[in-house]
Design a binder for this molecule. Structure first.
Ligand code: TTP
Ligand code: MG
Ligand code: MG
Length: 433
């Protein structure tokens, strides 16, 4: 079997602030709407509607319009309907008013955007734990080892994430999947809004090289000016330059980076937040033990390890849903087994039960030197409701897709009263060390 291809996704919400506002003002759907600085005076109607919890009923003529705006505020974002007038992020509101005076102007509400930011990221984390936050509305996700992440170049998983996010929040997003972050970031813009774009190695000339240099994240306006002065407008033109020449013009390290970027090279990893991903306890026995002859002693040690992991989880405020074990034999070979339950737990007896089932799946003829228990797929206890709701929505969506014949035939483990169900027989056997 060949190693899986590196597949990295960049996911970016569509017209994020504006789309969140449209959730509570559905009457604005399809209209040019901009989200801008503070709207003074004119927003009395908005504030009253909010106070009465009747935002959705506010008539269109009660909304503030761009034409009435006076001041130096800038636009944070605009709906796609407003973008059709040439309006966009960072543009002055009065300049935008000249382009589309009838556009509706709403004030920013960061708390609301943060809430939806957390919500869409929870949907992703429920299925793809290797996620890197890149601000309020975008993330990188390592698709390489996630179910569906290799299918159709990542399109299958991207579509599932879009569905899960839409189901949970009502919001749309766009996803680019590519061999690395650099290309994924560019690809996520290709089919905005609500689009997916897949880039493979070997498609550089066709999909990347025609783009202007500014599309590379890391080439700003100043570098772009300098490139233009050298006659370099597109990424393809940049790629045609020798590395040494770029280094001479832009300095050693930035020149080398420009050269690599133009050739689609980028090996930066997806960096997750420094939250623990798992907690484990293991013990090496004073003498090698045998599963049958030393059953009672082994059982007691195993139970104590589970209790220790449970206590670690409780103390640090985490629950997990992937329960795993590791055993090392007297010949120093090790094996691990794990099993992902359908709900999170920090309960010692649930962990003991699931870990015990994992233990039944390892060969126990040889004597054992060491045994370990691990709980992974951690979420903070105060986020568990969010995470488990996301997970069950995802499983329902995946099941529905499977029934529609679009699925990949994945089996989901059903609800497990008391935390016990037969682990999947197809679990990977991973050799340790
Ligand atoms: P973006 O993802 O750049 O833009 P967007 O989500 O509004 O639209 P797109 O569909 O093109 O992705 O930025 C995310 C949010 O960040 C955006 O909704 C508002 C905020 N923002 C600013 O406040 N100022 C800015 O200059 C930009 C670019 C964004
Ligand atoms: Mg966005
Ligand atoms: Mg963004």
């Amino acid at each position: 079997m060949t190693a899986p291809l590196r597949r990295i996704a960049h996911l970016d919400m569509d017209a994020f602030y504006a789309s969140v506002e449209l959730l509570r003002y559905p009457q604005l759907k399809g209209l040019p709407v901009v989200i801008g600085g503070r709207v003074r005076g004119a927003d009395a109607a908005l504030m009253q509607a909010a106070a009465d919890n009747r935002r959705a009923e506010l008539p269109l003529d009660a909304f503030p319009r761009l034409r009435d705006y006076v001041g130096r505020g800038v636009i944070t974002t605009a709906t796609y309907a407003a973008r059709a007038y040439g309006i966009g992020s960072a543009m002055g509101l009065m300049k935008a008013a000249a382009l589309c005076p009838d556009a509706i102007l709403l004030p920013v509400d960061f708390d609301e955007y943060r809430h939806f930011s957390r919500a869409f990221k929870a949907e992703i984390l429920a299925v793809a734990p290797l996620m890197e936050n890149r601000g309020v509305d975008e993330v990188y996700i390592d698709f390489t080892h996630v179910e569906g992440g290799q299918e159709e170049g990542g399109r299958v998983l991207a579509a599932r994430l879009q569905q899960a996010i839409h189901r949970a929040t009502g919001l749309t997003c766009s996803v680019g999947v590519a061999p690395n972050k650099l290309l994924a970031k560019m690809a996520s813009e290709f089919n905005k809004p609500n689009g997916i774009a897949i880039v493979h190695d070997g498609e550089l000339a066709e999909k990347i090289w025609p783009l202007p240099c500014r599309k590379i994240n890391g080439i700003g306006p100043r570098t772009d000016e300098k490139l233009k002065a050298l006659g370099i407008r597109t990424i393809g033109e940049l790629a045609a330059w020798r590395g040494e020449a770029l280094q001479a013009a832009f300095g050693r390290s930035y020149g080398a980076w420009l050269h690599a970027a133009a050739h689609g090279q980028d090996d930066r990893p997806v960096v997750t937040e420094s939250e623990p991903v798992s907690m484990s306890r293991e013990t090496t026995f004073g003498r090698d033990l045998h599963a049958v002859a030393d059953r009672a002693e082994l059982g007691a040690i195993f139970t104590r390890l589970c209790e220790q992991v449970a206590a670690d989880l409780a103390r640090k405020g985490y629950v997990g849903r992937t329960i795993g074990i590791k055993v090392r034999y007297d010949d120093f070979k090790s094996v691990t087994r794990d099993h992902s339950a359908s709900s999170h737990t920090a309960d010692a007896s649930t962990i003991r039960q699931l870990a015990g089932q994992c233990l039944k799946r390892v060969p126990l003829e040889k004597r054992l030197r060491l045994i370990g228990v691990r709980v992974g797929g951690l979420v903070r206890t105060d986020r568990v409701a969010e995470a488990s709701a996301a997970l069950s929505r995802y499983h329902r969506a995946a099941d529905a897709a499977a029934h529609e014949g679009e699925g990949d035939g994945r089996q989901t483990v059903g609800a497990m009263p008391g935390g016990g169900a037969a682990p999947r027989a197809s679990q990977n056997l991973r050799l340790f060390d």
